[in-house]
Design a protein around this ligand. Sequence first.
Ligand SMILES: CC(C)(COP(=O)(O)OP(=O)(O)OC[C@H]1O[C@@H](n2cnc3c(N)ncnc32)[C@H](O)[C@@H]1OP(=O)(O)O)[C@@H](O)C(=O)NCCC(=O)NCCSC(=O)C[C@H](O)C(=O)O
Ligand SMILES: [Mg+2]
Length: 288
Amino acid sequence: MDTRPFRSVLYIPGSKERALEKATGLAADAIIFDLEDAVAIDEKARARGLLAETLQSHDYGTRAKLVRINALSSDWGHDDLDVIAAARPEAILLPKVDTAAHIEALARLLDARPETADTRIWAMMESPLGVLNAHAIACAPRMAGFIMGTNDLAKDMGCRFRPDRLPLMISLQLPLLAAKAVGIVAIDGVYNAFKDDAGLRLECEQGRDMGFDGKTLIHPAQLAVTNEVFAPSEQDIDLARRQIEAFDAATQRGEGVAVVDGKIVENLHIVTAQQILAKAQAIADLTE
Ligand SMILES: CC(C)(COP(=O)(O)OP(=O)(O)OC[C@H]1O[C@@H](n2cnc3c(N)ncnc32)[C@H](O)[C@@H]1OP(=O)(O)O)[C@@H](O)C(=O)NCCC(=O)NCCSC(=O)C[C@H](O)C(=O)O
Ligand SMILES: [Mg+2]
């Protein structure tokens, strides 16, 4: 069972030295070092050099490190990869992925370089075509995770942002289903109003309840709420322990079902309970 936490996944513009520096001490489970939409066109070349140098000189500890390059069809994508490859990136995040062929093309480029032999690929799910092709994309070589790009999706869908995200619901759920079917990580989109903690909390709770592993963030002020919501609560942990205890006792009596708090507990619930405890332990291990 892969229990690496991905509760909070923070975007950092590759052009911002201060933010790149600051992130070495931030409580993010993962970082997206961005060369795409957070970097102005005039800054693209400087940002990729700065980022390659920063990745080699800075220690980001246990945080997962994803580099979002520009699309390979853009003016910058191939140069991004050439420069970033020297830093042996843990993962490349490819934006605007429409088909599995986009991932296969990147995988071939990574295969061709010894420095990127172990580099995984993550895909931005942010176009109607990408969403419709989510399962084929999830099955493509080197794939490790999906990141929802809800701003681009809303743009392409022509839909409005609503607190219940009803207009985006199918677009969130199709990639989520594909990720679960294949066993890769699925991370929810960003909450743009980075000073609105209450709104962020509601959207985190919705994403968590849907089954996302975590949420992408644009500002450090969003870390605390996100880390809290996507971690098992004390009540979750207590219930998981009691379910396991009660089920063990039932098994010893030769029974296949236990009852905890008036609800049945079967072996499938024990799988969930064990996952909750493993996730809680993995989070506790981060702070040791
Ligand atoms: C949104 C911001 C432009 C706000 O910047 P700013 O006004 O500078 O914020 P603060 O002054 O409040 O910053 C306080 C300190 O925190 C540091 N900081 C700010 N943001 C980050 C960050 N993302 N990572 C690390 N550190 C950060 C500042 O340096 C300050 O530090 P200090 O000097 O020590 O006090 C800005 O937050 C920002 O640029 N955010 C990222 C925006 C971004 O990455 N956008 C692209 C990704 S979103 C997207 O594309 C999603 C997807 O593709 C889709 O389609 O939906
Ligand atoms: Mg986008």
